[in-house]
Write a protein that binds this ligand. Structure first.
Ligand SMILES: [Zn+2]
Length: 482
């Protein structure tokens, strides 16, 4: 009788107390709504004959819907949304791991480190950008990246990889983004991190087999990493970085938490650049696949969550009224991104029409243009021509005569990018039969996919800060106020 009683108690406890995972992967596809992954997977299926053309996330057993709004606005940013996911607190637009009143709140990574977890933070943008920095720093203004860089050096995270080296080197050094002479890179070396910097560092990094308990600080570019569409086969690829993080953190012989951000899905979607968005989404899903392979070997100890902080671009899968299919031909032909002032500025229209059309033909294969398309391009060119003059008087005159307003209305008044490049991106998307509603973020609820230990906890419709809270709970962390 006594044995039976103990057995019943054991069964009740077993069903109410969820087991904690030993290994947690948290993937954030910045800007990746369901449309982004759907069109990217469609592209892969149309261009590959292999059986594995379906994204792993579409086979995860738990799929849920996450609402993303911030405390003070409906349409969030990566600051407020990153805070929600990293700390379990809803906050204001552009705040980073502080409450709307500016008080610091604990992050999952800070608390995990205290509880003896090894940690990794990986991104394809600057490591000081909102999503990665939300786990390692606190500020009421996410744009204070030099301050966040200093906080990152104090974070104690074992594996840090991405871009943004410029925020860690003194002002007098080439590529610096700092306003002082602090050398944070040197500081990381003193703290015992093994450093990898720039593309030369990448070549060493990708062939490295890690030592026991090695800490890694690897920033492969001064600003963001280049878009996948403009990288050669060498990388730096998110998939390889995840692979290295797994090898490195496994050698710490502790439970680990790894956050991986596919940051440039958002960057490309802001510019309504369909091919670049697709290639970034594919690269992100390849990185997830690497975690899934790890999960296959450690099924009873691993949790993988894939979500996003918000949707970007309002990507709609349907554009032309009577067209019932997508057309992947313009996506296939695209060999470059159109807007990238950091790595690929040469695609920007700078006044030489002949040269520019030749480039469009060579790198995007979009010629010939229809009459309607040419009208849009010419409008955009005159807009860019005026802005290039940098003459306030001329700008005022064009605004007064309505010339600028006419073209800006047609192309979206709020696009902070070269109008001709944006015109090309919209023409390409129209030919592929997709449409973008904005150059910004949207409040569309986003998907969450989960597999592994504790995945069921994430089912249903929830707010983004609940995701952070559920994750902390399943990892056995207390995220109440500092
Ligand atoms: Zn964004």
């Amino acid at each position: 009788m006594k044995t039976l009683f103990i057995l019943i108690i054991f069964l009740i406890c077993g069903t109410t107390l969820a087991k904690s995972p030993k290994y947690v992967f948290f993937f954030i596809g910045d800007g990746m709504g369901v449309s982004h992954s759907e069109i990217a997977e469609y592209f892969v299926k149309k261009t590959q004959t292999k059986d594995n053309s379906s994204f792993a996330i579409n086979h995860f057993p738990v799929v849920s819907i996450v609402k993303t709004y911030a405390t003070n606005v409906d349409i969030t940013d990566s600051g407020a949304a990153g805070t929600a996911l990293a700390t379990g607190h809803r906050t204001n637009y552009k705040h980073l791991s502080v409450t709307p009143n500016g008080e610091r709140v604990k992050t999952i990574v800070e608390e995990a480190i205290k509880k003896g977890w090894s940690t990794g933070i990986i991104t394809s943008t600057k490591i000081t950008d909102a999503t990665p920095a939300a786990y390692m720093g606190h500020h009421a203004n996410r744009k204070k990246e030099n301050n966040l860089a200093e906080q990152i050096t104090e974070s104690g995270v074992n594996f840090i990889a991405g871009g943004g080296l410029g925020h860690f080197i003194p002002r007098s050094m080439n590529g610096s983004l700092r306003e002082d002479e602090k050398n944070l890179l040197e500081l990381m070396s003193i703290k015992g991190y093994t450093l990898f910097t720039g593309m030369r560092g990448w070549e060493d990094f990708k062939t490295l087999s890690f030592l026991e308990k090695q800490n890694i600080f690897a920033l492969f570019s001064y600003k963001k990493l280049p878009f996948v569409i403009n990288q050669n086969e060498s990388g730096p690829s998110l998939e390889t970085i995840v692979d290295k993080a797994i090898t490195c953190l496994s050698k710490h012989k502790k439970p680990f938490f790894i956050m991986v951000e596919g940051a440039k899905i958002d960057t490309a979607a802001h510019k309504n650049d369909l091919p670049t968005t697709i290639h970034e989404t594919i690269a992100f899903n390849k990185a997830i696949q690497r975690a899934v392979e790890f999960y296959q070997e450690h099924k009873n100890e691993t949790l993988i969550i894939v979500t996003t902080d918000h949707e970007t671009g309002g990507l709609g899968l349907g554009h032309i009224k009577d067209e019932k299919n997508f057309n992947i031909s313009p996506i296939l032909k695209a060999k470059t991104t159109m807007v990238d002032s950091e790595h690929n500025e040469h695609m920007e229209y700078k006044g030489n029409k002949k040269e520019w059309f030749e480039k469009i033909d060579k790198y995007l294969g979009l010629l010939p243009f229809s009459k309607t398309e040419m009208k849009i391009i010419k409008n955009a060119m005159s807009y860019d021509d005026v802005y290039r003059t940098k003459s306030p008087l001329l700008k005022t005159w064009f605004q007064f005569t309505g010339a600028l307003n006419a073209s800006s209305r047609e192309l979206g008044a709020d696009a902070p990018y070269p109008r001709t490049s944006i015109a090309i991106n919209r023409i390409l998307s129209a030919r592929a039969n997709v449409y973008w509603t904005t150059y910004g973020h949207t409040a569309s609820p986003v998907p969450l996919y989960a597999i592994g230990v504790g995945a069921r906890l994430f089912s249903g419709v929830m707010a983004n800060y609940e995701v952070g809270r559920k994750l902390a709970k399943i990892m056995g962390l207390d995220l109440s106020q500092l």
